[in-house]
Each structure stands twice: as C-alpha cells, then as structure tokens.
Design a protein around this ligand. Structure first.
Ligand SMILES: [Zn+2]
Ligand SMILES: [Zn+2]
Length: 221
C-alpha cells in the first residue's frame, strides 16, 4: 500500500519538539494511564502526541466509542448537524455559520483564546485527532461547506494522505453507523440541537435512513 504526505510537510519536525504531560485528549485511549487523564502534548504546538501518530499513519475514525465519555454528547451534537454521506462524498454542514458563511461551532478548547472554532477543524479534531493550536487544516475538495474529515488534511503535522485502497469497507460501515447514531441523538436532543444550529430542525423518518442520503431536512444552507 502506497501513501504520500502533504508536500508542505517535507520539513515537519514535531517529533523534535519536547513533550510534556498536559491537557487531556478527547480520544479515550490517549490518556497517559488509567489513573492519569492528561495526555502527552508537544510543548510548542500543544498537539497530542498520540493523535499526531494516528494522523501520520493515515488513521481516521468516526467511531463515537473512541471518544472519551464526557465528550461523546459534544461529538454527537456536532455530527447531528452534518449531512453524513458515504466516505468519498462531501458532507454538508448544517449548523451555525459566521458572517462570511463559514461553518463554526462554539466550543471552549484547551489552549484556544476563542470559543469559536471552524466546523472543519472540529471535524478534524473528532475524526483524525487533536493537532493543538498551530497546525492548520486544509480542505482538499474545495467545497467551503464540506466537513467530511476524509476531505480534510492537517497541514504541517506529517499527515499521511489516504491511499485509495485504505479500509474502504470500514469507513463506509462507520459512516453509516454514525448516521444511525446521530438520528437517535437528534430525536432525543432536538431542542438543544435547534439552539446550537440556531435554526429549525426537522428530523427525517427513520425508514429513510436505509436508502436516504442522510439529509437533515428543513435546514437551509
Ligand atoms: Zn490524542
Ligand atoms: Zn468535501
């Protein structure tokens, strides 16, 4: 299996950075130990070392169970506002947007001075990993409203670009499972999601999920 890295990453050197025990990572298995919730992070970029390893190996996951319990609702809130399609399609953001039309979420993240995070970065954080505050996220498909993590790349952190053959089945299966999970979550937390999206929210019939395209109806762009 062949892979390639972002050309911008020719000089990536996070492994040369010093590490320190720091703020916890939302990815459950990245804590230092069973009794220590903190994660190893690079001193300069504040990126989780284990997330950087995951990204540099090209591993992406939509599995909610890999997220630490206390962050699962946040993750499900986020994915509930995404039109989750197949892995190779664009996933449209249906949540809040800023004045220039870019998707945003209001999360307080460690080391961040603002609580407004671009939706693409939030998607990257949940599916690929926590790259701290300095590395940027680029969108390969060029669709400004897309938050499909497989269309996003972490620039400057040694991100392995996905080879065509990579775990297609698993990704397809996971995307479908996430669609069902968000359906149940939408039903249960409709009011909250409406407030987060700052728009009306109409839930689709469950039967439509089997053959439907995952669209959250009733939401404008
Ligand atoms: Zn991590
Ligand atoms: Zn896309």
């Amino acid at each position: 299996m062949k892979g390639k890295r972002n050309h911008e990453d020719a000089n990536f050197n996070y492994l040369k950075e010093e590490w320190e025990a720091s703020a916890t990572c939302i990815h459950e298995s990245h804590r230092i130990s069973r009794f220590d919730r903190r994660a190893w992070r690079t001193v300069e970029h504040k990126a989780c070392i284990r997330c950087l390893a995951k990204i540099s190996e090209g591993r992406c996951s939509f599995d909610i169970n890999e997220i630490t319990k206390s962050f699962r609702d946040l993750a499900l809130d986020f994915w509930s506002l995404v039109d989750i399609k197949d892995p190779d399609e664009c996933w449209k953001w249906h949540g809040e947007k800023n004045k220039s039309g870019r998707g945003i979420v209001r999360w307080k993240r460690p080391f961040s001075f603002t609580n407004i995070i671009p939706a693409a970065r939030a998607s990257f954080w949940l599916a690929w990993g926590d790259i701290g505050t300095s590395f940027s996220v680029s969108r390969e498909c060029g669709n400004p409203n897309c938050v499909n993590p497989l269309h996003l790349r972490g620039v400057g952190c040694g991100h392995l670009l996905m080879p065509e053959s990579m775990e297609k089945f698993n990704l397809f299966f996971s995307a479908r499972r996430l669609r069902f999970q968000t359906f149940a979550h939408r039903e249960e937390h409709e009011e909250r999601l409406r407030a987060i999206a700052r728009k009306p929210l109409v839930i689709k019939e469950k039967s439509d999920l089997w053959i439907g395209d995952g669209t959250v109806e009733g939401l404008d762009d």
